[in-house]
Ligand binder design. Structure first.
Ligand SMILES: [Zn+2]
Length: 177
């Protein structure tokens, strides 16, 4: 379903083109890394319609074609980066910076937005279905009906020893920066 997140609105495309001109978009480098079979790469290349919200030299944001809630949008790198492990620091930083700006924009947009969830599915087991890294911004309001389903054991707190063991395991996996 995320694979079909491409808007088919000609009107939206023409508006986004104006916006792109305004930010002096340069896709020369990024286009070297696009995957022609990837729907998000097609959007970046202008070969698939999308309702663009923002685009710069590193990242693009557009409306999710199958929104969980009205105003749900995606932020993606302007290169075919499959997952977090292949996302470099520069892209990582820009994606989060843009997401923070867009979260504020959602709140002041006139859309019903009292809060925002950021959600990134990294890997198939985590729910990733389009393997071009993407960060969801989901505008929220009280009573919106959106829920995250917790596993059955949720609510049982592990003891400190278990938390310390887990912390040590994750620390051991950290790569030197
Ligand atoms: Zn891609």
């Amino acid at each position: 379903m995320i694979a079909s997140m491409v808007q088919s609105s000609r009107k939206a495309k023409s508006v986004s083109s104006i916006m792109l001109d305004g930010v002096g978009l340069t896709l020369k480098d990024a286009s070297m890394k696009l995957d022609p079979a990837c729907i998000f790469c097609k959007i970046i290349a202008g070969n698939a319609d999308a309702s663009l919200v923002y685009k710069d030299d590193l990242v693009t944001a557009f409306m999710d074609i199958q929104p969980l809630l009205r105003g749900h949008l995606l932020v993606i790198p302007n290169a075919h980066i499959p997952d977090l492990s292949t996302l470099d620091r520069k892209l990582n930083n820009r994606m989060f910076e843009v997401a923070c700006n867009l979260a504020q924009a959602l709140r002041t947009s006139g859309l019903q937005c009292e809060g925002v969830n950021l959600f990134l599915a990294d890997g198939r087991a985590a729910g990733q279905t389009v393997f071009h890294c993407h960060l969801h911004l989901i505008p929220r309001f009280v009573g919106d009906g959106f829920r995250i389903q917790f596993p059955p054991h949720y609510g049982t707190r592990p003891d400190r020893g278990e938390l310390d063991r887990l912390a040590a395991m994750v620390k051991a996996g950290l790569k030197p920066s």
